[in-house]
Design a protein around this ligand. Structure first.
Ligand code: 13P
Length: 252
């Protein structure tokens, strides 16, 4: 059985005061036995403080990005060891905003994935097509390319504890989520692609859906057989919404 994950990607939102309030609201109503692993990914500068607020809770901490290199003269970068040092268990890798706005190549994303994995972080590898790709029938091609570069560099073993997040770019922040069938179709494709290299690892890999996940659509998305939870953007900034999404990961 794969344990589902509900992860909140705060992106570049929050302040010390807002973060403290959000965490307080989340912890006040956090289930004693959460139906899924639950992660929050604040901006780098807030990781340590949010980590302190989470201590002793069932909420885990994750970074939003990581440097591909271990240490050295890389101004502005944050290493996997540093993320571990401040209490991160997870890190988002290759989010479409990083790929598109900051020109991260598939190769760089794969190196980041390797760096995170080598340090014992759980990498959450984001893949997903743009609308033009989907319209042109190239969804599988794009997702396969993004996945294969990581599988080539790190082997299927790189996904041993790893997580894949399918985030169709056209569904991110648009309010237009993929339908459960659309998500399931791509998730099954991703699992089969990993399975072609290692069936055991494919069966164990958590594949999250991301893109306009809300309290109102989470249950139907998470009910699909290959959807093992969600990577949540905007709705992770509201305690009520995020807790409802977490609850939707439980047995329906
Ligand atoms: P939204 O949930 O705001 O669409 O963002 C999804 C996302 O990019 C999570 O990483």
């Amino acid at each position: 059985m794969r344990r589902a994950i509900v992860a909140g990607n705060w992106k570049m939102h929050g302040s010390r005061a807002e973060n403290a309030q959000l965490i307080e609201e989340l912890l006040a109503r956090f289930p004693a036995q959460p139906p899924a692993a639950c992660v929050v990914c604040p901006p780098f500068v807030y990781l340590q403080e949010v980590g302190r607020l989470l201590r002793g809770s069932h909420l885990s901490l994750g970074g939003q990005d990581v440097c591909a290199d271990a240490q050295g003269a890389f101004t502005g970068e944050v290493s996997a060891a540093m993320l571990k040092d401040v209490g991160c268990e997870y890190v988002i890798i290759g989010h479409s905003e990083r790929r598109l706005l900051y020109r991260e190549s598939d190769q760089l994303v794969a190196r980041k994935f390797g760096a995170a994995h080598a340090r014992g972080l759980v990498p959450i590898l984001c893949v997903g097509e743009q609308l033009a790709d989907r319209d042109a029938g190239r969804t599988h091609e794009v997702v396969a390319r993004q996945l294969d570069v990581v599988l080539e560099l790190c082997g299927a073993g790189g996904l041993e504890q790893g997580v894949v997040a399918y985030e169709p770019v056209w569904a991110i922040g648009t309010g237009r989520n993929a339908t459960p069938d659309q998500a399931q179709e791509v998730h099954a494709f991703i699992r089969a692609r990993i399975g072609a290299r290692d069936a055991r690892i494919a069966a164990a890999t958590r594949i999250l859906y991301g893109g306009s996940v809300k309290a109102g659509n989470a249950a139907e998305l998470f009910a699909m057989p290959d959807v093992d939870g969600g990577l949540v953007g905007g709705a992770s900034l509201k305690a009520d919404e995020f807790l409802s999404i977490l609850a939707a990961a439980g047995p329906g």
